[in-house]
Design a binder for this molecule. Structure first.
Ligand SMILES: [Zn+2]
Ligand SMILES: [Zn+2]
Length: 447
């Protein structure tokens, strides 16, 4: 289409980290393209992109200041036609090739559209912070997938609300800038104060999603028919063809399992990820390799029993959990972490944070209060000891040095703490005034 040298209408921006699990998304590319031309995204769309894209509705919407285009913009990272149209347009305007890699289009055949992509932006503030330091801000495509909830690099949940104005942030906005909230202009990579606790299953699933982007073996294409065949062989190989037992084991209604096994319904990615987690099979393997999958029936039977037991353990109603939490909050004498409460109740921390945010917040606040009280008690005891030891040294005619005190109290790093160091100097100056030592007298030092 183009000659060797390409003269393009727009700057031929290079997409970030293509071919890795953290490859850039098309919406991120658009935002960076506007930044590269130092125009706002709204203008880039209205004056450069819309005419080539040739969408009357887009032109109309932008002309009238409407939001129709922006409301639907999340799907440009997806598997559908508007993603393809935007790719074609941007390839034409920038002369950059392979921009379909910035969308999920390669999964078109295997991932149903419904619930695949988030409704608004999600991000890992720690990743953004690192990218910002490298002056390389962008949003990875994987963050737009609803199945991807935990950043596996930083082991924290992705954020979905601006830490300053608490708003959800659309993928594209007239004033979009990478790493910045378009509503309040504050940065999205601020350090977090939230607790960094993650659920193992969520973490595992995020890792599984990443595997779909690791294109190590290109011949191993993902195929929906391979998935159907694998489910079928698992049903027969490990469940004796008993759909009810199979459906129970993977925790879906029997009719759903029936639909999948009869190739009538494409299983949604999020559900396949859960099933793969339950069956302990890497999710991408279910779509690629047919003959290699083996689940030993014996292992499965053991797992089935364990799975049923596990389910039976967690039988508290929401009301019972709430009562337990509020009692814990009231009766708390020592620190009781949410993770320990989750263990007591045999549920995940995410379950508690999601369903009982108020209660969890109160318990976390109470923990913080207890820790603060303990710390301040410890510090005041320490100060008394410093005073006492100093007094003793002076009364023996020994000048108390930092080293002497650290040894005496058996706290080798005591004065690395600045407030403590300053307190010690202050005490020593005061005591030195009380003990009038004759001029010329040399302090005794301890050997
Ligand atoms: Zn991260
Ligand atoms: Zn904001």
């Amino acid at each position: 289409m183009f000659g060797e040298l390409i003269r393009s209408r727009l700057y031929g921006l290079c997409p970030k980290r293509i071919g890795t699990p953290f490859g850039e998304s098309l919406s991120s590319y658009l935002i960076r393209l506007a930044e590269a031309h130092t125009v706002c995204l709204g203008d880039l769309l209205a004056y450069e992109i819309a005419p080539v894209l040739g969408k009357t509705y887009l032109l109309n919407s932008i002309d009238r200041g409407g939001n129709r285009f922006y409301d639907g913009a999340r799907t440009i990272n997806g598997t559908e036609k508007n993603a393809k149209d935007m790719v074609t347009t941007l390839e034409c305007l920038t002369g950059t090739k392979n921009l379909e890699m910035l969308t999920l289009s390669k999964f078109k055949e295997i991932f149903p559209v419904r619930n695949l992509i988030r409704k608004s932006l999600a991000w890992c503030p720690e990743c953004l912070n690192e990218l910002m330091e490298k002056d390389s801000l962008y949003y990875p495509l994987i963050w737009c997938m609803t199945a991807y909830n935990i950043c596996t690099n930083h082991k924290i949940y992705l954020e979905e609300k601006c830490p300053t104005c608490n708003k959800l942030i659309p993928f594209l906005h007239r004033k979009s800038r990478t790493g910045i909230c378009p509503y309040c202009q504050s940065q999205l990579f601020k350090p977090l104060n939230t607790l960094h606790l993650t659920d193992y299953k969520d973490y595992y699933i995020s890792q599984s999603v990443e595997n779909f982007f690791k294109d190590e073996n290109k011949e191993n294409k993902f195929r929906i028919y391979t998935l159907y065949e694998n489910l079928f062989s698992i049903l027969h190989g490990s469940f004796d063809g008993n759909i009810k037992q199979f459906a129970n084991y993977i925790d879906v209604p029997k009719t759903t399992a029936w639909g999948w096994l009869n190739k009538e319904v494409i299983p949604p990615l999020n559900k396949v990820l859960e099933v793969a987690y339950t069956l302990k099979i890497p999710a991408q393997v279910l779509y690629t390799e047919h003959k290699k999958i083996q689940i030993t029936p014996n292992v499965l039977v053991g797992n089935i029993n364990r799975a049923t037991q596990k389910k039976e353990k967690f039988i508290l109603s929401n009301e019972e959990v709430r009562t337990y939490l509020s009692e814990t909050e009231k009766e708390q004498f020592g620190v009781k972490a949410i993770i320990d409460i989750a263990k007591d109740l045999k549920c995940s921390t995410k379950f508690l944070y999601t369903n009982f945010p108020e209660e969890c917040k109160k318990i976390s606040e109470r923990n913080y209060q207890i820790k603060t009280e303990e710390k301040s008690l410890y510090l005041s005891t320490l100060k008394e000891q410093i005073q006492e030891v100093c007094y003793n040294y002076f009364s023996q005619g020994v000048f108390p040095t930092r080293k002497l005190l650290e040894e005496e109290l058996n706290l080798p790093f005591l004065f690395k703490n600045r407030p403590m160091k300053e307190y010690f100097y202050q005490v020593r100056v005061e005591l030195e005034k009380q003990f009038i030592i004759p001029k010329g007298r040399i302090y005794v030092t301890r050997g």
